[in-house]
Design a protein around this ligand. Sequence first.
Ligand SMILES: [Mn+2]
Length: 374
Amino acid sequence: MKLCVIFIRSTSITFEATITMTKRKRILKQKRSEELLAALAGFKNIAIVTHDNPDPDAISAGWAIRRLIEKKLHIQARLVGGGDVVRAENRHMMKLVEPPIELVHRFLPKSRTAVILVDCGPEVAGHLLTSSKIEIVAVIDHHLTGEPPDVPFVDIRPAMAACATMAADYLQEQGIKPGERLATALLYAIRTETCGNEFRHTQLDRSVITWLSRFANPEWLAEIQNAPLTQAYYSDLVLALQNTFLFGDAAFCLLPRAQGQEIVGEVADLLIRSEGIKRVFCGAAIAGNFYCSVRTEADADSAAVLVKSTLNDLGNGGGHAHRAGGKVADLPNRRISAALAADLKKRWIAACGVLAEHGTRLICRDEIVDTLMD
Ligand SMILES: [Mn+2]
């Protein structure tokens, strides 16, 4: 189910008195960018925080919002994210367009800092905002969520292909041109968010793509998409494919090794393209935690629902209708035990409603060895 809901909230008594409810549909004539700027008024320090291991969508949307604040409020906001950027294409994008993002382990803002959370909600575990003292002023996101967060500005539109679309639209509303570097990053973000079966574009996505194409550098885009890959990447990939099991139309893969979190999603993206596979669960132990990606075919179940039910009581999960992810923190001995592997497989099979006894390998390991010996 796709939703398009915008809520505005206010702490002002008069607003509360006239609205009587704590939320309501936005006033249509008011521009969202104006509402965001109004919510930030009076703050001298502003920080934009992305989810951990920020992807092109989080990075470029955060960058566009930083540009909006710089042009309209004359404040240099910090753009911060936890973890690292691992995917080869995304690292290449960073090198080419140099987004002004700080990758940090901890976020300790100055007092009275307005924080804008981008491409995730406060309820998910994977971001830097662990302290309740941090003042979240805005949440800008396109993931499927439950109740909208109780903060002054909320723009959550799950129908949108990317947060980059929403942030680019703020710039358009305010007549701010993105420039070549930012436009390339935003356009690349929309491309990456619309891979797999998550490819629907709203009218706004389409018009933003046309607008950004006027400023973006197509040669950089081609170069990013063909970024050099490490040999370790190919090792991770071949071991993952050898360790993939099929139960009816559902695939289950625990990677024997993974150089970074992103390979989990890449393998899932590759497997969902296989004929006959409609649902994919792919997981790995990385730096003592378990990360997984779930993908579903366009006409199959919700990936967000499947990951939630598979990780129920073990960890957290969420995402979109056809692309979702999850995490189980602090694995004992920093690895996936045989008991956890068996439990995850059982849960995935149950969530998909397939038969456990019909499991087969995607690739028979003996066949690969035989081929090499010939
Ligand atoms: Mn996104």
